[in-house]
Structure formats: C-alpha cells, structure tokens
Design a protein around this ligand. Structure first.
Ligand code: ADP
Ligand code: NI
Length: 215
C-alpha cells in the first residue's frame, strides 16, 4: 500500500477533477470541508483516522444525485483499489460511505464510530452560512423556486418521497435542515451544530420579515 499521506494527496486531486464544474452544492470544497469537520470531530471523539479521512473525502463521489454508480460505489472502490488500499480497509470505507448518505431522512445511524463521525461532518456542512448557500445552489440547480408562500413544508416525509418531491428551497430548511441538530451522533458535533442551527433560524426569521415587507 502507498503511504497514507500520498493516498490522501491523490484523493484531493481526484476530487478536484471529479467535482469540477459542480454547481449543485457538491463541489470540491464541500468534500474538503467534510474532511476538515471529520478530522476535527475525530480529534475529540477518536476513531480510525485513516478510515475517517478516506470516507469523508470519497463520501460523495458515487452520490446518486450526481452519478449513476451509487449502488456499488464504483468510483470510490476504483480509486481505493488503484491506490493500493487493502481489501479490508476498502470494505470498511465503503460501509461508512453507504451509511453516511442521507437516504432514509435521518433514519440510518451508522454502526461504527467512524461512520457516525463522517455523517456528522457531512451534516454540519448543510448547516450555518455554508448550508444556506448550498441549499439555494442546489435548489437553483434543480429548478426549484426560492420560496412559495402558499406552499407549506411537509412534515416527516419518507426519504424516497422527499427525493422526488418538488419543494422550495425555503421549505427545505423546515423539512430537513432544522432537524439536523437533533440527529447529530457525537457530542462534539452536537455542540458544533448549535451555532449553525441558531444562525439558520435567525436567517429564516430575517427572510420572512423582509418577504412580508416588515423590514
Ligand atoms: P450531501 O450530498 O452533501 O450529503 P445532500 O445531497 O443531502 O447532502 O444535500 C446537498 C445540499 O443540497 C445540502 O446543503 C442540502 O441542504 C441541499 N439540498 C438537498 N435537497 C434539497 C432540496 N430539496 N431543496 C433545496 N436544497 C436541497
Ligand atoms: Ni456531502
């Protein structure tokens, strides 16, 4: 196996190529932030750092919204094999990636500490100032309206349904983002999520006031 530092370097290069031109909120920098969040959380929570780093870096390279390789994680596997990662680590990393994705609307809790950390790291990037930017980018990418005052958010929609349902970006905050704080797995992420959650709530409040002409 190549040394771990070299594999990481290759992963950054691979991501830059894979996500170039992405305007759906899944650009290269999203993966880099998830990596940084994950390393941050792991410093407090522990876990196998090599598995955490690689799973964080590769967590979206087979995302079904962007690629049609998702079932078997072909892109992630190919990268790991080409970089000489051993089979057992490849399986661990792929297991983490599978358990991390949001399908199931928060119902999938990874069983390993590494999976919990990467899932938290990804969710943190859907919150706060960055989360707001990504939500509107993704909404625009999918042709969704910013806001439709007569359309109410739908509570507790099943994941499958949610993926296919055309919502507005503002509704996405109520349907998903405001629920993330309570879905964090690790204490470290719970505390990191707090500020980002409060920021989003404040933003929605301001948005509503401006929309209604109160400001
Ligand atoms: P990731 O793929 O990074 O795990 P998601 O694919 O769930 O995360 O979401 C990517 C970004 O797009 C997030 O910021 C998320 O809030 C936003 N997003 C996902 N679904 C919608 C939607 N229906 N409307 C608006 N934004 C969305
Ligand atoms: Ni992601």
């Amino acid at each position: 196996m190549m040394n771990e530092f070299q594999i990481e370097e290759n992963a950054f290069k691979y991501l830059k190529e894979t996500f170039k031109n992405d305007c759906s909120g899944h650009d290269y920098y999203h993966s880099v932030r998830v990596y940084k969040n994950a390393v941050n959380i792991a410093q407090k929570e522990g876990g196998n750092l090599f598995l955490i780093k690689l799973a964080a870096l590769l967590h979206d390279v087979d995302d079904s919204k962007l690629f049609d390789t998702s079932d078997k994680l072909q892109n992630a596997r190919k990268f790991l094999v080409e970089n000489g990662v051993d089979d057992s680590s490849i399986n661990e990393i792929c297991k983490i990636i599978k358990s991390v994705s949001f399908k199931g609307n928060g119902s999938v809790i990874p069983d390993s500490l590494e999976g919990k950390i990467v899932q938290d790291a990804d969710r943190l990037d859907a919150l706060g100032a960055i989360g707001i930017a990504r939500t509107f980018a993704y909404g625009g990418h999918k042709g969704r309206p910013i806001h439709e005052p007569y359309e109410k958010p739908i509570d507790n929609m099943a994941a499958k349904e949610y993926e296919n349902h055309i919502s507005t970006s503002i509704n996405h905050f109520y349907e998903k983002l405001l629920k993330l704080k309570n879905l964090m797995n690790t204490d470290t992420a719970i505390s990191l999520a707090e500020n980002r959650h409060v920021f989003i709530k404040k933003y929605l409040d301001e948005f509503t006031n401006e929309w209604d002409g109160n400001r």
